[in-house]
Design a protein around this ligand. Structure first.
Ligand code: CA
Length: 202
């Protein structure tokens, strides 16, 4: 059994069944939600590896679901929508969706995107390398956590020192940093995408 857990948010039963049958065929675990409130609840309860989210939901708009999830999590969100309007997709991406599929999509498209999202998922804390790293080594490691820094922007030792000074990241053990530091730095860099720069004390 594949360990990846996928949350399928879709109120249209035939589409829902098509997606879940595909996932089942490929041995993926999934959970389902038929509306926005259910999606937010399932996402927070089960912390899925990927969310497949329909934008047109019966209770709240899919974009609002993305905003809610993004207020606490960086989990990959793929929007699935019948809407062919580019403005809806742009709005969803702006709200923090990672990618989108337009209905009707093929099984191959779904699996390709899912594979890409899996590869792009940051390493969870418990699987971070248990090494004592120097400052330049943790900075070199951070792009592997796939934090998308803005154009011409990157993590510097001065920034890391500021995070430590502000108590956002624990102090080095001697001059060495370990998995805990990588975990905190991943969280801080991910949060920077949601909060303003001033809020994170940079
Ligand atoms: Ca729908």
């Amino acid at each position: 059994m594949n360990k990846t857990l996928i949350l399928v948010v879709e109120d249209d039963t035939p589409v829902h069944n098509l997606i879940t049958t595909t996932l089942k065929t490929h041995d993926y675990k999934y959970i389902s939600a038929k509306n926005g409130a259910g999606a937010i609840m399932e996402a927070s309860t089960h912390n899925p590896d990927i969310v497949l989210l329909d934008l047109g939901l019966p209770d709240i708009d899919g974009v609002e679901v993305i905003e809610k999830i993004r207020s606490w999590s960086n989990m990959p969100i793929i929007v699935i929508s019948a809407r062919s309007e580019d403005s809806d997709k742009i709005e969803a991406l702006d709200a923090g969706a990672d990618d989108y599929l337009t209905k009707p999509f093929s099984v191959e498209e779904l699996l390709d995107l899912k594979d890409r999202m899996e590869r792009e998922r940051p390493t969870p804390w418990e699987e971070l390398p248990d090494l004592a790293l120097y400052m330049d080594q943790i900075i070199a490691y951070m792009p592997r956590q796939l934090i998308r820094f803005g154009e011409g922007e990157s993590l510097t030792s001065a920034m890391v020192n500021n995070y430590i000074k502000d108590g956002l990241v624990p102090r080095a053990d001697g001059k060495r940093y370990g998995p805990v530091h990588l975990g905190y730095l991943t969280a801080v860099c991910a949060l920077k995408k949601v909060l303003s720069v001033r809020d994170t004390g940079v």
